[in-house]
Design a protein around this ligand. Structure first.
Ligand SMILES: [Zn+2]
Length: 71
């Protein structure tokens, strides 16, 4: 049985501080995200697998399940 996953994460832009709540895909990692506040491209920090792990309030579903994503 899979643990209950949180699929909504609030991304905070490191450039302008804009916050937006997004629904995370369960089967893929989102590596890039265009900030709707300042238009800059967000990328994960080194060592993180996706923008939600770096800038979101909740890490991505594969990380919540403690299994590696991205292969
Ligand atoms: Zn921004």
């Amino acid at each position: 049985m899979a643990a209950e996953l949180i699929l909504r994460s609030t991304l905070t832009c490191p450039h302008c501080g804009h916050q937006v709540t997004e629904t995370m895909p369960t089967d893929a990692c989102q590596f890039f995200y265009d900030c709707p506040g300042c238009g800059k491209l967000l990328q994960p920090k080194p060592g993180d697998c996706c923008v939600f792990c770096s800038w979101g309030s909740v890490p991505c579903p594969p990380v919540q399940q403690r299994r590696s994503c991205c292969g």
